[in-house]
Design a binder for this molecule. Sequence first.
Ligand SMILES: [Zn+2]
Ligand SMILES: [Zn+2]
Length: 173
Amino acid sequence: MSATELRKDWDTYFMDIAYMVSTRSRCPRRHVGAVLVQGKKLLGTAYNGAPMGVADCSEAGCMISEEYELVVTDGQEEMVKKQRCIRTIHAEQNLLLFTDRIDREGSSVYVTDEPCWTCANMLANSGVTEIVFHRSYPKDTSKVTNMMQQKGISFRKLDNYQPPRETMMTVSN
Ligand SMILES: [Zn+2]
Ligand SMILES: [Zn+2]
């Protein structure tokens, strides 16, 4: 293989960074990392976590919220009880809290997980024009995809991507 073939493409490069950032998360249920990219320049990184100075999941345990969710398996609809940790600010929201609007205009966000509806809604109003994610979050996919289309924001899943091995963790649902 030549040196150019061995060189990472930009999508892989920035998604790898998002996964590295996700390892900072202290929530044992979900590690999410997000990075803001303008051109080829990294302008911010964020992960899901409790507000600064407040006990996080590793200290105080996850704050579990239970709700029923419609899950479709092989065309069969079913209401399934799901547990979610609501202690943390989502990575995408932290990214918006720690970057400037002017930097975000026309920028891209690489995020390890497909944004939930609330994060997607906020990103849609943040100046970002491209969102690239890796792991799917089927619950909100259809309404999020629909909104991104209306906003003209490029919204794509990175296929054929392997996260750096050292960033992988087992997630309990
Ligand atoms: Zn947690
Ligand atoms: Zn979210």
